[in-house]
Design a protein around this ligand. Structure first.
Ligand code: ARG
Length: 502
């Protein structure tokens, strides 16, 4: 049979097959009946994975450039592909693209649209590639971008917190253990504790980003490809830091998604703890803060209500992010190498986690700087709870008494105060000396709240001076990081992202 005749017959077969609209034209060659309609819907992912269309197009353009460099595509074919994909991207941006569930996923929707637009060259785009390495590439590109957005939001939240901590460096409030008043602390110190949690969260996302920013492209279906591809080139074009080492691993493992969800779970764990405190502090019982009206909601039945819905929702949303983490761990645990369709189930938990963590961090970055501390109420609360009892014990130790004995003496003073309705600082010298003659009138310096916090004046402690130094250190950390982030944001310099200094 002449080559011409064979081509003609192949074309006829192709036309006949493509007339059965439910045989997928991208992989239906060996199928003799249409896919069951329920199966088409059950197996499709386009309703959710289309969110990665930009990354899919970005990956295809890099792949086409690389195929041209190694001689698989001509320059004309490459230019047609790039032009067509760019047009498709703009159509999707404008909402003018027809997504088809019959075409299963984002990858095949775009490829078929490209075929309709430019014909033959589009059919060569998938040379040396599989949807398995394509989807792994898309997720990594998508996640890298989202980590940058989330990191920027954490950065903004930290900036707000540090500014507030500086402003409240000498504001006294009760510090709690077991939610019982323990010792006086400064509000600035408390706010910087939240900042420390967020600092670690930020670092965790940066470390996770290093493992996300690895190119699986070229792994093809599972074993690599027989074409003379240049994986370094496509990785470089996409701004990946390095290549994945093993094709079987890189098309199948989603540990980087799981790791991201673990980072997200921890940041939400922290925001949930902060939420819990804000909710308590905004209650009439604590009355430590005022949350501006614009961050609260009312009740449809109780006219007096002003509810802290934002922190409550953040606390609530933490549960679903933990749930997503567990879903993904379970999704992965029994999969044999290499790719399995199970992995399509990675996207919805991932996307939901991204959306949730972004919304929570961003709303906190807006809300926290607007928080209005009620300094008088915090001070009154610290005055009421015998919060300087440890200071009195330490005072007696300075006068030569062993700490255990001092503890017992102060315990008696507290019992007396409770019976009489007097706090320690409100007792006179005679009353105090009944419990221990070592107590002199210099005791009142340590019994005041100001004296108590000022005396805890070492690295990491609550004294206002220490809070101010910690604010400087925290600001310095943020500035260092900022220069690193600017490098991340510039795709041309992604190759030379410096390592964060220790
Ligand atoms: N939609 C698929 C996913 O999300 C893309 C990869 C499909 N690969 C395959 N061999 N069926 O994982």
């Amino acid at each position: 049979m002449s080559v011409c005749l064979r081509d003609l017959l192949l074309e006829v077969v192709r036309i006949i097959m493509s007339q059965d609209s439910t045989i997928n034209p991208q992989w239906g060659g060996r199928f003799s009946e249409s896919t069951d309609n329920a199966v088409v819907h059950f197996t499709a992912s386009v309703t959710f994975d289309r969110r990665m269309y930009r990354q899919d197009i970005q990956g295809s353009i890099a792949h086409a450039r690389m195929l041209t460099a190694v001689g698989v595509l001509t320059e004309t074919e490459r230019d047609e592909i790039i032009h067509g994909l760019t047009e498709i991207c703009m159509e999707i941006d404008r909402g003018q693209f027809n997504w088809s569930v019959a075409l299963e996923d984002v990858h095949m929707n775009i490829e078929v649209a490209l075929q309709a637009k430019i014909g033959l060259a589009a059919k060569k785009l998938h040379t040396g590639r599989s949807r398995n390495d394509q989807v792994a590439t898309d997720i990594r590109l998508y996640l890298r971008d989202e980590i940058d957005v989330i990191s920027a939001a954490i950065h903004r939240l930290q900036q707000g917190l540090i500014d507030l901590a500086e402003q409240e460096n000498a504001t006294i409030m009760p510090g709690f253990t077991h939610l019982q008043i323990a010792q006086p602390v400064t509000l600035g110190h408390h706010l910087l504790a939240w900042n420390e949690m967020l600092q670690r969260d930020y670092e965790r996302f940066q470390h996770c980003r290093e493992r996300v920013n690895v190119s699986p492209l070229g792994s093809a279906a599972l074993a690599g490809t027989s074409y003379p591809i240049d994986r370094h080139m496509s990785a470089k074009l996409l701004g990946f830091e390095r290549l994945s080492e093993n094709s079987l691993d890189s098309v199948s493992d989603r540990d980087f998604v799981i790791e991201f969800c673990a980072c997200a779970s921890l940041v939400l764990c922290h925001l949930s703890r902060v939420s819990e405190e804000l909710i308590l502090w905004a209650s009439a019982q604590f009355n430590f803060i005022d949350l501006p009206d614009r961050f609260c909601t009312g009740s449809s039945i109780m006219p007096q209500k002003k509810n802290p819905d934002v922190p409550e929702l953040v606390r609530g949303k933490t549960g679903r992010v933990y749930g997503n983490l567990l879903s993904l761990l379970t999704l992965m645990k029994a999969q044999p190498l290499a790719y399995n369709k199970d992995n399509q189930e990675d996207k919805e938990p991932l996307f939901d986690t991204v959306d949730t963590v972004k919304a929570c961090v961003q709303i906190y970055a807006d809300m926290l700087p607007a928080l209005r501390p009620k300094r008088d109420h915090m001070l009154m609360a610290a005055l009421r709870g015998f919060s300087t009892a440890t200071d009195l014990a330490d005072y007696l130790v300075c006068k030569g008494m062993p700490f255990r004995d001092a503890h017992a003496v102060v315990g008696k003073c507290v019992a007396y105060g409770l019976a009489k309705g007097l706090d320690l600082a409100a007792m006179d010298l005679n009353q105090l000396q009944r419990f221990c003659p070592l107590i002199q009138d210099d005791v009142f310096k340590v019994l005041t709240l100001q004296g108590s916090v000022a005396s805890r004046n070492h690295f990491g402690a609550t004294a206002p001076d220490q809070v101010l130094s910690a604010v400087q250190r925290a600001r310095f950390q943020l500035q260092q990081r900022h220069s690193v982030n600017l490098v991340h944001c510039n795709p041309a310099s992604r190759q030379s992202v410096p390592v964060l200094p220790d």
